[in-house]
Design a protein around this ligand. Structure first.
Ligand code: SAH
Ligand code: SF4
Length: 347
């Protein structure tokens, strides 16, 4: 009999499993607390549980944990990057950033990615598999255990397209925001998507208070279809219509991500076109100096072009920030870490 993935279960599911095993309800409360509040990596660590019950739990369930394969600490700030190995030999990466307002973690939602964006390292080896809810949570739990601190914000901006792993990501959100677990509020969670439009509407139906980030990267179909194949299925207008609906219904500001690539999407004309396209959408624009990926061949835009782009958008009435590259969050979170096998300074 295959052992069940206990960390992916919500409290109701765990309770009914325990009921079937003839265990009293308080056992479910205890075990759920150990798993999701104290983030233990084994049943043996559950000190208020008898040896017999631990053996029984081990027979029936498995606690998924991320094994730390490598850990890097940035020289410039306190950013920590982990390379985790999974039981089936796959690798995952995640990054913990130390911001003034608390620790933020960037997690992966898939091994590899199907979307094939021209500038991104995540999809280079193709799509491998979906991550279970426990494997998304496990990235946070392993980091918390290792660092001995509490993560207070989450961004789903690591490897993979979260809306292409919809059900598992929804379960992950349910578990991580559960008051019986880590209890991280939806307002402290951001989900980034390349623009799978029907799933944006599905997300809207869930009525969650999370921040939606949309990887736009181009003001029109001509450029976007060249760098993001997803645009051939749902074009810029369809995507922006979904974003507008999302903003109108939730009153939450959408964050548009725009990776600046020399000669690709960084001209003043692009900025003007973008400024017009985003009019009327409650949003914030995040310009990202693109990370250069050797296999992909694009170059990062010059500082001057990025500043100029920002000014044009601001003149059009938008709020714009330029993302810092120091913590190399994107560098780490988009598959480059896994590919480059950590060239940086190892702790
Ligand atoms: N699949 C989702 C989330 C993961 S990617 C998405 O695409 O939104 C997280 C962010 O990093 C996205 O905005 C993505 O477009 C961006 N990104 C990927 N490769 C990049 C690169 N080489 N330079 C800068 N940003 C990059
Ligand atoms: Fe996938 Fe996002 Fe990378 Fe595109 S940018 S290949 S959607 S991870």
């Amino acid at each position: 009999m295959e052992k069940k993935d206990i960390v992916s279960m919500n409290f109701e599911e765990l309770s009914s499993e325990f009921k079937e095993m003839g265990l009293p309800k308080f056992r479910a409360t205890q075990v759920y607390d150990w798993l999701h509040k104290k983030c233990v990596a084994s049943f043996e660590e559950m000190t208020n549980i008898s040896k017999d019950l631990i053996a029984k739990l081990n027979d029936n369930f498995v606690i998924f944990t991320c094994a730390i394969e490598k850990k890097l600490v940035s020289r410039y700030d306190n950013t920590v990057k982990y390379l985790y190995s999974l039981p089936d030999g796959e690798y995952l990466e995640c990054v913990v950033m130390d911001y003034k307002y608390g620790h933020t973690i960037c997690v992966s939602t898939q091994v590899g990615c199907k979307m094939g964006c021209a500038f991104c390292a995540s999809g280079i080896g193709g799509f491998k598999r979906q991550l279970a809810p426990s494997e998304i949570l496990g990235q946070i739990y392993a980091a918390q255990r290792d660092l001995g601190l509490r993560i207070s914000r989450i961004v789903l901006m690591g490897m993979g397209e979260p809306l292409d792993n919809f059900d598992n990501v929804m379960r992950f959100l349910e578990l991580v925001s559960d008051e019986k677990g880590l209890n991280i509020g939806m307002r402290h969670i951001s989900l980034s998507t390349s623009g799978i439009v029907p799933r944006i509407y599905d997300l809207l139906d869930r009525d969650l208070q999370l921040t939606l980030s949309v990887s736009l990267h181009a003001p029109n179909d001509e450029i976007r279809s060249k760098i993001m194949p997803v645009n051939k299925s749902w074009n810029v207008d369809e995507l922006l219509r979904a974003c507008k609906t999302y903003g109108d219904k939730t009153s939450r500001r959408i964050s548009f991500e725009y990776a600046m690539m020399k000669g690709v999407n960084d001209t003043p004309e692009c900025a003007r076109e973008l400024g017009v396209k985003l009019k009327g959408i409650l949003c914030h624009i995040n310009l990202i100096p693109a990370n250069e990926v050797p296999e992909k061949g694009h170059e990062r835009s010059s500082d001057n072009d990025i500043q100029n782009f920002k000014k044009i958008l601001e003149r059009a009435g938008h709020t714009v920030t330029i993302r810092r590259t120091l913590g190399s969050d994107i560098n780490a979170s988009c598959g480059q870490l896994r590919r480059e096998k950590m060239k940086e300074d190892i702790e």
